[in-house]
Design a protein around this ligand. Structure first.
Ligand SMILES: O=C(O)CCC(=O)N[C@@H](CCC(=O)O)C(=O)O
Ligand SMILES: [Zn+2]
Length: 334
């Protein structure tokens, strides 16, 4: 296999490859751009005009998505997967990956859309670099732009695999992209309704890409991901890369949710009244006191059919400690 196919090994060892550009037997160019960043370019005659950004390791301990991208890269480097799309592979937080931690000082996925400029340290610099790499990758006019940022969650989930779809004023969510996600094994999509500071919010809001955060199961260390079944997503990604993806417009079985409220932790006095092992998508009854904070702030459930995802009272003050969601319809899709 070509040495650049071993991007994960290089990244975990903190090594820079001696040769930055390599060609596969089929003339596919692999180009190392920076730590954890590699561009794949098909020969011009095979290029189908699609640009696909695949990122993982934004949280260093979420290893199933890292292993998935590693398998795809190996397949390309060995000539077993024959790309017709341009692809940018990114491992988001290499130092956190080496340490097996979500992040070192700052959560990279809270540092986009201007936030890195207000912070210092390696993770702020990495977020700035990721923005630059994505901006440069998606700078070619007339090509389709798609970004999947792959994650696994801290806790178990009543709905195992789901996507979060960013929001931008004046832009409608795409039915075709949701059908594609459904075919890739996603069981639910959360439609955002305000701007955000995550990586996919950046590529969606600023780079005109279709962009999704995909949650694929529960976070486990490298080599312990038998319980995370990414087979449907992996098959779909191979088809997308090779340009032979079956057309689909079916949303059958795909559950849609909308954000009702983000629970923001304001102070060290923040208390969340949920069991430590509560699962994502757990239902909360009307009237339930979910959380309390400084100055008698109370989060009481008012919504019909409310559910909680990503509850985490340990986040830093000022950040999201959970999302309250409610069922949604496909009425606003384009
Ligand atoms: O399990 C959790 O609490 C977090 C899992 C995770 O990392 N999720 C992403 C979602 C990003 C988004 O909102 O699009 C995150 O929190 O960064
Ligand atoms: Zn994550």
């Amino acid at each position: 296999m070509l040495a650049l196919g071993k991007l994960l090994e290089l990244t975990l060892a903190g090594r820079e490859p001696a040769q930055k550009i390599q060609l596969t037997v089929d003339g596919v160019q692999m180009r190392w751009l920076s730590e954890g960043a590699l561009e794949v370019r098909p020969p011009e005659a095979r290029d189908n005009g699609s640009d696909l950004l695949l990122s993982s390791g934004i949280h260093g301990n979420e290893t199933a998505p890292i292993e998935l991208l590693d398998r795809l890269l190996h397949g390309i480097a060995r000539g077993e997967i024959k790309p017709r799309t341009r692809i940018l592979f990114l491992f988001g937080n290499p130092e956190a990956m080496r340490r097996g931690e979500r992040y070192l000082e700052l959560d990279v996925n809270r540092l986009f859309n201007g936030r890195h400029e207000k912070n210092i340290g390696p993770e702020a610099m990495r977020a700035a670099e990721l923005e630059q790499l994505a901006r440069s990758f998606f700078s070619q006019p007339g090509r389709s732009r798609l970004h999947y940022d792959l994650h696994t969650a801290i806790r178990g989930s009543k709905i195992e695999q789901f996507a979060l779809y960013p929001w931008k004023e004046g832009r409608q969510h795409s039915r075709r992209e949701l059908a594609r996600l459904s075919a890739a094994g996603m069981q639910a999509v959360l439609l955002q309704n305000k701007t955000s500071i995550t990586f996919t919010a950046f590529t969606y809001e600023q780079l005109e890409a279709e962009a999704f955060t995909l949650e694929l199961g529960k976070a486990r260390p490298f080599g312990q991901n038998e319980g995370v079944d990414v087979s449907r997503l992996e098959t779909r990604l191979k088809q997308m890369i090779e340009g032979n993806e079956p057309e689909t417009d079916s949303l059958d079985g795909l559950q849609l949710f909308a954000v009702s409220r983000e629970v923001i932790k304001h102070s060290d006095a923040f208390l969340m009244h949920l069991p430590a092992d509560v699962e994502n998508f757990s239902e909360l009854e009307k009237g339930y006191l979910l959380a309390e904070d400084v100055a008698k702030t109370r989060w009481v459930i008012e919504e019909e059919g409310a559910r909680i995802i990503f509850p985490n009272p340990k986040v830093k003050n000022g950040l999201r400690a959970g999302i309250l969601i409610v069922p949604a319809t496909d009425a606003g899709l384009a």
